[in-house]
Ligand binder design. Structure first.
Ligand SMILES: [Zn+2]
Ligand SMILES: [Zn+2]
Length: 268
């Protein structure tokens, strides 16, 4: 299974266009939250209309999976917690979204919402407990915030990660956690796009301006995960221990050359 992870597009239309262009090279495209930008000059509801159109274009080309980020929250729930109602599962037909799990072959995907308070946090705990019972082989989580005390949530002077997520990872040991949120983590000293907590691989693609967005390509058949950014490219082998410094990716692997249509920065 070949998977593309992006996050934190923050209503960057050139980045959305890039994802649409490349989408059919992947079995699964994951957009791990912060689709919208609350600081944008464009009204939030207008952003929703445009982003929904992109979701529709993407799901026509591939299997799209999304979750909410802290920039995507549009209403409050019965407890006064902010939630992203507009991208809730019932409103995104054919797209895996907040609160849902889906099995594809031997891989179970679980998309978690951004949690703003105890009600949604308890729902995620229940969602993970329910999904754990359905686990068949590989388990991949989509959760906007990366875990606490991880290079993937290091902001340069402190961690911005999620304590509960870290506990859930330690409890359930998923194979892979796909996140975003802490834009600078891959680019700052002691930060990274990749981490390992026990046997779990954690990825945070980071964020840069313009197209292409920073992105991670995971190929489970090849057993590799590759990170692409304007600051350089790196890779890990999923069956090997994580080594630091993480090896640089200097040439595209043959399996990616064959499918990756738009040129990737800095690589032949
Ligand atoms: Zn963000
Ligand atoms: Zn965020």
């Amino acid at each position: 299974m070949r998977l593309l992870l992006v996050a934190d597009l923050h209503y960057s239309l050139p980045q959305f266009d890039w994802v649409v262009d490349i989408a059919d090279s992947f079995d699964v495209v994951v957009m791990a939250g912060d689709h919208l930008d609350i600081a944008s000059l464009v009204d939030g509801r207008a952003q929703v209309v445009v982003v929904r159109k992109y979701f529709n274009r993407l799901r026509a080309k591939t299997r799209l999976m999304i979750c909410s980020g802290n920039h995507d929250l549009d209403v409050k729930n019965e407890s006064g917690e902010r939630i992203a109602k507009w991208l809730g599962a019932t409103r995104q037909e054919g797209v895996l979204s907040d609160g849902e799990s889906l099995a594809i072959d031997d891989t179970l995907f679980t998309a978690c919402p951004w949690w703003d308070g105890p009600l949604v946090r308890a729902r995620i705990a229940a969602q993970l407990a329910e999904a754990a019972a359905r686990r068949i082989g590989r388990w991949i989580w989509i959760h906007h915030a990366p875990p606490a005390k991880s290079p993937t949530s290091w902001g340069g002077d402190r961690f911005f990660g999620d304590n509960e997520l870290r506990e859930w990872i330690e409890q359930y040991r998923p194979d892979i956690v796909l996140s975003g949120h802490v834009h600078q983590s891959p680019f700052v000293k002691d930060g990274s796009w990749v981490d390992r907590i026990g046997s779990t691989w954690v990825f945070n693609a980071g964020q840069q301006f313009g197209a292409p967005p920073t992105h991670v390509i995971v190929d489970t058949g090849q057993g590799e995960a590759l990170w692409f950014s304007s600051a350089g490219n790196q890779f890990v082998r999923l069956d090997d221990p994580l080594e630091r410094p993480v090896p640089k990716l200097t040439t595209l692997p043959d399996w990616l050359k064959a499918v990756d249509r738009p040129p990737l920065q800095g690589l032949a």
